[in-house]
Design a binder for this molecule. Structure first.
Ligand code: PGA
Ligand code: ZN
Length: 413
Protein backbone atom coordinates (compact mmCIF):
# COMPACT_ATOMS: atom_id res chain seq x y z
CA UNK A 1 0.00 0.00 0.00
CA UNK A 2 1.30 3.42 -0.97
CA UNK A 3 1.99 5.51 2.12
CA UNK A 4 3.73 8.52 0.71
CA UNK A 5 4.75 10.16 -2.56
CA UNK A 6 7.43 12.79 -2.96
CA UNK A 7 8.07 14.81 -6.08
CA UNK A 8 11.17 16.94 -6.60
CA UNK A 9 12.86 18.96 -9.32
CA UNK A 10 16.24 17.55 -10.36
CA UNK A 11 18.79 18.12 -13.15
CA UNK A 12 18.88 16.23 -16.41
CA UNK A 13 21.96 15.67 -18.57
CA UNK A 14 21.35 18.87 -20.57
CA UNK A 15 21.09 20.93 -17.40
CA UNK A 16 17.33 21.26 -17.72
CA UNK A 17 14.95 20.59 -14.86
CA UNK A 18 13.03 17.33 -14.72
CA UNK A 19 10.91 15.46 -12.18
CA UNK A 20 12.00 12.74 -9.81
CA UNK A 21 9.38 10.82 -7.86
CA UNK A 22 9.73 8.70 -4.72
CA UNK A 23 7.00 6.21 -3.86
CA UNK A 24 7.01 4.77 -0.37
CA UNK A 25 4.99 1.70 0.60
CA UNK A 26 4.96 0.11 4.02
CA UNK A 27 7.66 -2.33 2.95
CA UNK A 28 9.02 -0.90 -0.28
CA UNK A 29 10.51 2.13 -1.97
CA UNK A 30 10.72 3.17 -5.60
CA UNK A 31 12.39 6.15 -7.24
CA UNK A 32 12.23 7.18 -10.88
CA UNK A 33 12.94 10.26 -13.00
CA UNK A 34 11.57 11.38 -16.35
CA UNK A 35 13.84 11.94 -19.38
CA UNK A 36 13.18 14.46 -22.14
CA UNK A 37 13.59 14.67 -25.90
CA UNK A 38 15.03 17.32 -28.23
CA UNK A 39 13.78 15.85 -31.50
CA UNK A 40 10.34 14.97 -30.22
CA UNK A 41 7.49 13.59 -32.31
CA UNK A 42 4.50 15.92 -32.73
CA UNK A 43 2.09 13.20 -31.54
CA UNK A 44 3.91 12.43 -28.28
CA UNK A 45 2.04 13.24 -25.09
CA UNK A 46 2.93 16.67 -23.69
CA UNK A 47 5.95 16.35 -21.40
CA UNK A 48 5.06 19.22 -19.07
CA UNK A 49 2.32 21.85 -19.23
CA UNK A 50 3.25 25.46 -20.03
CA UNK A 51 5.67 26.69 -17.41
CA UNK A 52 7.57 23.39 -17.40
CA UNK A 53 8.56 21.65 -14.19
CA UNK A 54 8.42 24.92 -12.24
CA UNK A 55 4.80 25.42 -13.27
CA UNK A 56 3.63 22.23 -11.55
CA UNK A 57 6.20 21.41 -8.89
CA UNK A 58 4.33 23.23 -6.10
CA UNK A 59 1.03 21.44 -6.50
CA UNK A 60 1.59 18.17 -8.31
CA UNK A 61 2.76 16.25 -5.24
CA UNK A 62 -0.46 17.06 -3.39
CA UNK A 63 -2.70 16.31 -6.36
CA UNK A 64 -1.15 12.90 -6.98
CA UNK A 65 -0.77 11.99 -3.30
CA UNK A 66 -4.47 12.71 -2.71
CA UNK A 67 -5.45 10.02 -5.21
CA UNK A 68 -2.71 7.40 -4.92
CA UNK A 69 -1.99 7.17 -1.21
CA UNK A 70 -3.81 4.10 0.07
CA UNK A 71 -3.76 2.34 -3.30
CA UNK A 72 -1.87 -0.90 -3.80
CA UNK A 73 1.42 -0.31 -5.65
CA UNK A 74 1.14 -3.62 -7.45
CA UNK A 75 -2.11 -2.57 -9.15
CA UNK A 76 -0.07 -0.85 -11.83
CA UNK A 77 -2.78 -0.76 -14.46
CA UNK A 78 -5.28 0.78 -12.09
CA UNK A 79 -2.75 3.33 -10.90
CA UNK A 80 -1.96 4.27 -14.49
CA UNK A 81 -5.67 4.75 -15.15
CA UNK A 82 -5.98 6.98 -12.10
CA UNK A 83 -3.00 9.03 -13.29
CA UNK A 84 -4.69 9.55 -16.65
CA UNK A 85 -7.91 10.49 -14.89
CA UNK A 86 -6.10 13.00 -12.69
CA UNK A 87 -4.71 14.60 -15.83
CA UNK A 88 -8.00 14.41 -17.66
CA UNK A 89 -6.71 15.27 -21.14
CA UNK A 90 -6.02 12.85 -24.01
CA UNK A 91 -2.42 14.05 -24.42
CA UNK A 92 -1.62 14.42 -20.71
CA UNK A 93 -1.19 18.16 -21.06
CA UNK A 94 -2.56 19.05 -17.61
CA UNK A 95 0.04 17.49 -15.31
CA UNK A 96 2.37 16.31 -18.10
CA UNK A 97 3.32 12.90 -19.47
CA UNK A 98 6.71 13.25 -17.79
CA UNK A 99 4.95 13.54 -14.45
CA UNK A 100 2.75 10.50 -15.04
CA UNK A 101 5.62 8.39 -16.38
CA UNK A 102 7.88 9.16 -13.42
CA UNK A 103 5.10 8.23 -10.99
CA UNK A 104 4.21 5.12 -12.99
CA UNK A 105 7.82 3.88 -13.00
CA UNK A 106 8.40 4.74 -9.33
CA UNK A 107 5.23 2.85 -8.35
CA UNK A 108 6.40 -0.22 -10.30
CA UNK A 109 9.79 -0.07 -8.59
CA UNK A 110 8.17 0.27 -5.16
CA UNK A 111 5.92 -2.72 -5.89
CA UNK A 112 8.94 -4.77 -7.01
CA UNK A 113 10.85 -3.77 -3.89
CA UNK A 114 7.99 -4.80 -1.64
CA UNK A 115 8.25 -8.31 -3.15
CA UNK A 116 12.02 -8.21 -2.72
CA UNK A 117 12.41 -8.50 -6.47
CA UNK A 118 14.37 -6.41 -8.97
CA UNK A 119 12.05 -4.61 -11.37
CA UNK A 120 12.95 -6.82 -14.35
CA UNK A 121 11.80 -9.91 -12.48
CA UNK A 122 8.70 -8.31 -10.99
CA UNK A 123 7.52 -7.19 -14.45
CA UNK A 124 8.94 -10.10 -16.39
CA UNK A 125 7.51 -12.92 -14.32
CA UNK A 126 9.96 -15.77 -13.82
CA UNK A 127 13.61 -15.23 -14.53
CA UNK A 128 13.86 -13.69 -18.01
CA UNK A 129 16.37 -15.40 -20.25
CA UNK A 130 17.59 -12.69 -22.59
CA UNK A 131 19.68 -9.54 -22.26
CA UNK A 132 19.14 -7.01 -25.06
CA UNK A 133 21.92 -5.97 -27.42
CA UNK A 134 22.98 -2.36 -26.72
CA UNK A 135 22.67 0.07 -29.62
CA UNK A 136 25.53 2.50 -28.98
CA UNK A 137 25.67 6.10 -30.16
CA UNK A 138 28.97 7.01 -31.87
CA UNK A 139 28.54 10.27 -33.78
CA UNK A 140 25.92 12.96 -33.10
CA UNK A 141 24.44 15.39 -35.59
CA UNK A 142 21.12 17.16 -36.18
CA UNK A 143 19.32 18.39 -33.07
CA UNK A 144 21.83 16.69 -30.76
CA UNK A 145 24.98 18.52 -31.88
CA UNK A 146 26.22 21.89 -33.13
CA UNK A 147 25.59 23.35 -36.56
CA UNK A 148 28.70 22.01 -38.23
CA UNK A 149 27.91 18.40 -37.37
CA UNK A 150 26.19 16.07 -39.88
CA UNK A 151 22.46 16.39 -40.68
CA UNK A 152 21.89 12.74 -39.77
CA UNK A 153 21.19 12.74 -36.05
CA UNK A 154 22.80 9.50 -34.88
CA UNK A 155 25.47 7.17 -36.22
CA UNK A 156 25.07 4.04 -34.11
CA UNK A 157 26.53 0.56 -33.79
CA UNK A 158 25.15 -2.80 -32.68
CA UNK A 159 27.58 -5.50 -31.52
CA UNK A 160 25.55 -8.40 -32.91
CA UNK A 161 28.42 -10.85 -32.43
CA UNK A 162 28.82 -10.24 -28.70
CA UNK A 163 28.22 -13.25 -26.49
CA UNK A 164 27.36 -11.29 -23.34
CA UNK A 165 26.53 -7.75 -22.28
CA UNK A 166 30.00 -6.94 -20.93
CA UNK A 167 31.58 -7.89 -24.23
CA UNK A 168 28.89 -5.91 -26.02
CA UNK A 169 29.33 -2.63 -24.15
CA UNK A 170 33.13 -2.76 -24.28
CA UNK A 171 33.01 -3.51 -27.99
CA UNK A 172 30.83 -0.43 -28.50
CA UNK A 173 33.31 1.68 -26.59
CA UNK A 174 36.19 0.31 -28.67
CA UNK A 175 34.40 1.54 -31.81
CA UNK A 176 33.72 4.89 -30.11
CA UNK A 177 37.45 5.31 -29.39
CA UNK A 178 38.41 4.26 -32.91
CA UNK A 179 36.02 6.81 -34.37
CA UNK A 180 37.60 9.56 -32.33
CA UNK A 181 41.04 8.70 -33.73
CA UNK A 182 39.69 8.80 -37.25
CA UNK A 183 37.93 12.14 -36.76
CA UNK A 184 41.11 13.57 -35.25
CA UNK A 185 43.16 12.32 -38.19
CA UNK A 186 40.81 14.05 -40.61
CA UNK A 187 40.33 17.27 -38.66
CA UNK A 188 43.29 18.50 -36.63
CA UNK A 189 41.06 21.13 -35.03
CA UNK A 190 38.66 18.57 -33.55
CA UNK A 191 38.39 19.27 -29.82
CA UNK A 192 36.81 15.97 -28.77
CA UNK A 193 33.42 17.61 -28.32
CA UNK A 194 30.38 15.38 -27.91
CA UNK A 195 26.67 15.73 -28.56
CA UNK A 196 23.73 15.21 -26.21
CA UNK A 197 23.89 11.41 -26.29
CA UNK A 198 27.65 11.04 -25.86
CA UNK A 199 28.59 10.49 -29.51
CA UNK A 200 31.29 12.67 -31.06
CA UNK A 201 30.09 15.96 -32.59
CA UNK A 202 32.50 16.46 -35.49
CA UNK A 203 32.64 18.88 -38.40
CA UNK A 204 31.99 16.18 -40.99
CA UNK A 205 29.59 15.68 -43.87
CA UNK A 206 27.09 12.81 -43.66
CA UNK A 207 29.18 10.91 -46.18
CA UNK A 208 32.43 11.36 -44.25
CA UNK A 209 30.73 10.31 -41.02
CA UNK A 210 29.34 7.19 -42.71
CA UNK A 211 32.81 6.23 -43.95
CA UNK A 212 34.39 6.69 -40.54
CA UNK A 213 31.55 4.87 -38.78
CA UNK A 214 31.58 1.84 -41.04
CA UNK A 215 35.35 1.49 -41.39
CA UNK A 216 35.64 1.65 -37.60
CA UNK A 217 33.02 -1.11 -37.26
CA UNK A 218 34.91 -3.31 -39.71
CA UNK A 219 38.28 -2.76 -38.03
CA UNK A 220 37.02 -3.40 -34.51
CA UNK A 221 35.12 -6.48 -35.72
CA UNK A 222 38.35 -7.85 -37.20
CA UNK A 223 40.51 -7.02 -34.20
CA UNK A 224 38.15 -8.28 -31.51
CA UNK A 225 36.37 -11.06 -33.36
CA UNK A 226 33.06 -9.52 -32.26
CA UNK A 227 30.93 -8.58 -35.26
CA UNK A 228 29.72 -4.96 -35.01
CA UNK A 229 27.16 -3.61 -37.46
CA UNK A 230 26.52 0.03 -38.35
CA UNK A 231 23.09 1.57 -37.71
CA UNK A 232 21.52 5.03 -38.07
CA UNK A 233 18.85 7.27 -36.60
CA UNK A 234 18.23 9.83 -39.34
CA UNK A 235 15.53 11.71 -37.39
CA UNK A 236 14.36 12.82 -40.82
CA UNK A 237 11.46 14.96 -39.55
CA UNK A 238 14.11 17.38 -38.30
CA UNK A 239 15.36 18.24 -41.80
CA UNK A 240 12.12 17.88 -43.72
CA UNK A 241 11.06 21.21 -45.24
CA UNK A 242 7.27 21.01 -45.41
CA UNK A 243 6.94 24.06 -47.70
CA UNK A 244 9.39 22.76 -50.28
CA UNK A 245 8.36 19.14 -49.55
CA UNK A 246 11.99 18.14 -49.52
CA UNK A 247 14.53 16.63 -47.15
CA UNK A 248 17.18 19.32 -46.84
CA UNK A 249 20.75 18.11 -46.30
CA UNK A 250 22.42 21.38 -45.43
CA UNK A 251 25.94 19.97 -44.99
CA UNK A 252 25.98 18.74 -48.59
CA UNK A 253 23.65 21.39 -49.96
CA UNK A 254 21.36 18.65 -51.37
CA UNK A 255 17.56 18.46 -51.30
CA UNK A 256 15.63 15.23 -51.85
CA UNK A 257 11.94 14.62 -52.43
CA UNK A 258 10.33 11.59 -50.81
CA UNK A 259 11.07 9.20 -53.68
CA UNK A 260 14.69 10.35 -53.76
CA UNK A 261 14.94 9.98 -50.00
CA UNK A 262 13.68 6.39 -50.18
CA UNK A 263 16.29 5.58 -52.86
CA UNK A 264 19.05 7.43 -50.98
CA UNK A 265 18.38 5.50 -47.76
CA UNK A 266 18.09 2.22 -49.66
CA UNK A 267 21.49 2.95 -51.25
CA UNK A 268 23.04 3.72 -47.86
CA UNK A 269 21.68 0.43 -46.53
CA UNK A 270 23.25 -1.46 -49.45
CA UNK A 271 26.55 0.42 -49.57
CA UNK A 272 27.26 0.39 -45.86
CA UNK A 273 25.41 -2.81 -44.90
CA UNK A 274 23.28 -1.00 -42.35
CA UNK A 275 21.63 -3.32 -39.85
CA UNK A 276 19.08 -0.78 -38.60
CA UNK A 277 17.81 2.62 -39.76
CA UNK A 278 15.49 4.67 -37.55
CA UNK A 279 13.22 7.48 -38.79
CA UNK A 280 14.54 7.47 -42.36
CA UNK A 281 11.28 9.16 -43.39
CA UNK A 282 9.48 12.05 -41.69
CA UNK A 283 6.73 11.44 -39.11
CA UNK A 284 3.26 11.19 -40.64
CA UNK A 285 4.45 9.74 -43.95
CA UNK A 286 3.25 6.14 -43.60
CA UNK A 287 3.44 5.66 -47.35
CA UNK A 288 7.10 6.71 -47.51
CA UNK A 289 7.89 4.33 -44.64
CA UNK A 290 6.00 1.55 -46.40
CA UNK A 291 7.86 2.16 -49.69
CA UNK A 292 11.24 1.96 -47.99
CA UNK A 293 10.17 -1.11 -45.98
CA UNK A 294 9.10 -2.79 -49.20
CA UNK A 295 12.53 -2.11 -50.72
CA UNK A 296 14.79 -2.64 -47.74
CA UNK A 297 12.80 -4.35 -44.97
CA UNK A 298 14.27 -7.78 -45.69
CA UNK A 299 17.87 -6.64 -45.33
CA UNK A 300 17.54 -4.00 -42.60
CA UNK A 301 15.39 -3.05 -39.61
CA UNK A 302 13.33 0.02 -40.56
CA UNK A 303 12.46 1.52 -37.20
CA UNK A 304 9.83 4.16 -36.42
CA UNK A 305 10.33 6.59 -33.53
CA UNK A 306 8.70 9.98 -34.24
CA UNK A 307 6.13 8.35 -36.51
CA UNK A 308 4.77 5.90 -33.86
CA UNK A 309 5.66 7.72 -30.61
CA UNK A 310 5.16 4.48 -28.60
CA UNK A 311 1.42 4.81 -29.27
CA UNK A 312 -0.46 1.54 -29.90
CA UNK A 313 -3.17 3.21 -31.98
CA UNK A 314 -0.64 4.87 -34.26
CA UNK A 315 1.41 1.68 -34.47
CA UNK A 316 -1.76 -0.18 -35.50
CA UNK A 317 -2.06 2.20 -38.43
CA UNK A 318 1.57 1.52 -39.32
CA UNK A 319 1.05 -2.24 -39.14
CA UNK A 320 -1.99 -1.94 -41.38
CA UNK A 321 0.07 -0.03 -43.95
CA UNK A 322 3.24 -2.16 -43.59
CA UNK A 323 5.19 0.92 -42.54
CA UNK A 324 8.46 -0.21 -40.94
CA UNK A 325 9.32 -3.47 -39.16
CA UNK A 326 10.61 -2.12 -35.85
CA UNK A 327 9.51 0.47 -33.28
CA UNK A 328 11.26 2.65 -30.72
CA UNK A 329 9.80 2.31 -27.22
CA UNK A 330 10.10 5.44 -25.05
CA UNK A 331 7.82 5.35 -21.99
CA UNK A 332 7.58 9.13 -21.75
CA UNK A 333 6.24 9.40 -25.30
CA UNK A 334 3.03 7.73 -24.09
CA UNK A 335 3.07 8.56 -20.38
CA UNK A 336 2.51 5.32 -18.45
CA UNK A 337 4.16 1.92 -18.10
CA UNK A 338 0.91 0.07 -18.89
CA UNK A 339 0.46 1.88 -22.18
CA UNK A 340 4.13 1.36 -22.99
CA UNK A 341 3.73 -2.36 -22.41
CA UNK A 342 0.61 -2.48 -24.62
CA UNK A 343 2.60 -1.02 -27.47
CA UNK A 344 5.46 -3.50 -26.96
CA UNK A 345 2.94 -6.33 -27.08
CA UNK A 346 1.22 -5.08 -30.20
CA UNK A 347 4.62 -4.69 -31.88
CA UNK A 348 5.77 -8.16 -30.97
CA UNK A 349 2.59 -9.93 -32.03
CA UNK A 350 2.89 -8.24 -35.43
CA UNK A 351 6.56 -8.97 -36.02
CA UNK A 352 7.81 -5.45 -35.28
CA UNK A 353 11.07 -5.48 -33.31
CA UNK A 354 10.65 -3.37 -30.15
CA UNK A 355 13.70 -1.24 -29.25
CA UNK A 356 13.53 0.21 -25.73
CA UNK A 357 15.18 3.63 -25.81
CA UNK A 358 16.62 6.49 -23.76
CA UNK A 359 15.97 10.16 -24.66
CA UNK A 360 18.61 12.74 -25.47
CA UNK A 361 17.98 14.40 -22.09
CA UNK A 362 18.50 11.72 -19.42
CA UNK A 363 19.26 11.16 -15.76
CA UNK A 364 21.10 8.24 -14.15
CA UNK A 365 17.70 6.55 -13.73
CA UNK A 366 18.24 2.94 -14.85
CA UNK A 367 14.60 1.85 -15.25
CA UNK A 368 14.70 1.26 -19.02
CA UNK A 369 17.39 -1.41 -18.57
CA UNK A 370 14.88 -3.39 -16.48
CA UNK A 371 12.04 -2.78 -18.92
CA UNK A 372 14.03 -4.08 -21.89
CA UNK A 373 14.93 -7.27 -19.99
CA UNK A 374 11.47 -7.78 -18.47
CA UNK A 375 9.78 -7.44 -21.85
CA UNK A 376 12.43 -9.52 -23.70
CA UNK A 377 13.21 -6.74 -26.14
CA UNK A 378 16.14 -7.79 -28.35
CA UNK A 379 17.68 -4.30 -28.55
CA UNK A 380 18.11 -1.41 -26.09
CA UNK A 381 19.16 2.01 -27.34
CA UNK A 382 20.91 3.83 -24.57
CA UNK A 383 24.12 5.38 -25.84
CA UNK A 384 27.65 4.20 -25.26
CA UNK A 385 29.23 6.73 -22.92
CA UNK A 386 28.24 9.48 -20.49
CA UNK A 387 27.17 9.00 -16.87
CA UNK A 388 23.46 8.95 -17.65
CA UNK A 389 24.08 6.42 -20.47
CA UNK A 390 26.41 4.07 -18.60
CA UNK A 391 23.91 4.03 -15.72
CA UNK A 392 21.72 1.80 -17.90
CA UNK A 393 24.58 -0.21 -19.41
CA UNK A 394 26.16 -0.96 -16.06
CA UNK A 395 22.76 -1.99 -14.70
CA UNK A 396 22.50 -4.50 -17.57
CA UNK A 397 25.87 -5.93 -16.55
CA UNK A 398 24.53 -6.41 -13.01
CA UNK A 399 21.30 -7.94 -14.30
CA UNK A 400 23.20 -10.39 -16.48
CA UNK A 401 25.33 -11.41 -13.52
CA UNK A 402 22.18 -12.13 -11.52
CA UNK A 403 20.50 -13.99 -14.33
CA UNK A 404 23.45 -16.30 -14.72
CA UNK A 405 23.49 -16.95 -10.97
CA UNK A 406 19.85 -17.48 -9.99
CA UNK A 407 20.74 -18.40 -6.41
CA UNK A 408 22.65 -15.20 -6.02
CA UNK A 409 19.64 -13.31 -7.32
CA UNK A 410 17.48 -14.93 -4.65
CA UNK A 411 19.91 -14.19 -1.86
CA UNK A 412 20.68 -10.68 -2.94
CA UNK A 413 17.11 -9.50 -3.13
P1 PGA B 1 15.12 12.80 -28.53
O1 PGA B 1 15.71 11.97 -29.73
O2 PGA B 1 15.24 12.04 -27.27
O3 PGA B 1 15.91 14.05 -28.58
O4 PGA B 1 13.68 13.04 -28.94
C1 PGA B 1 16.21 10.71 -29.64
C2 PGA B 1 15.81 9.98 -30.86
O5 PGA B 1 15.37 10.60 -31.86
O6 PGA B 1 15.86 8.77 -30.88
ZN1 ZN C 1 14.93 8.61 -32.94
Amino acid sequence: VIEDIRVRKILDSRGNPTLEVDVITWNGFGRAAAPSGASTGVREVVSFPTGGVDGIIEEVEDIISAELIGMDAEDLQEIDLVLKEIDGTPNLSAIGGNTTVAVSMAVAKAAAASYNLPLYRFLGGNMPSQIPFPLGNMINGGAHAGRNAPDIQEFLVLPVGASNITEAVFTNVAVHKRIREKIQAKDALFTGGKGDEGGWAPNLTNQEALEIQTSSCAEVSDETGVLVKPCLDMAASEFWDSDAEKYVYSKEGVKRNTGEQVDYVNDIIDTYKMFYVEDPIREGDFQGFADLTQKAGKKCLICGDDIFVTNAEILAEGIEKSAGNSIIIKPNQIGTLSDTYNTVNLARTNGYVPVVSHRSGETPDETIAHLAVAWSCPIIKTGALGGERIAKLNELIRIEEEMSNPEMADIKW
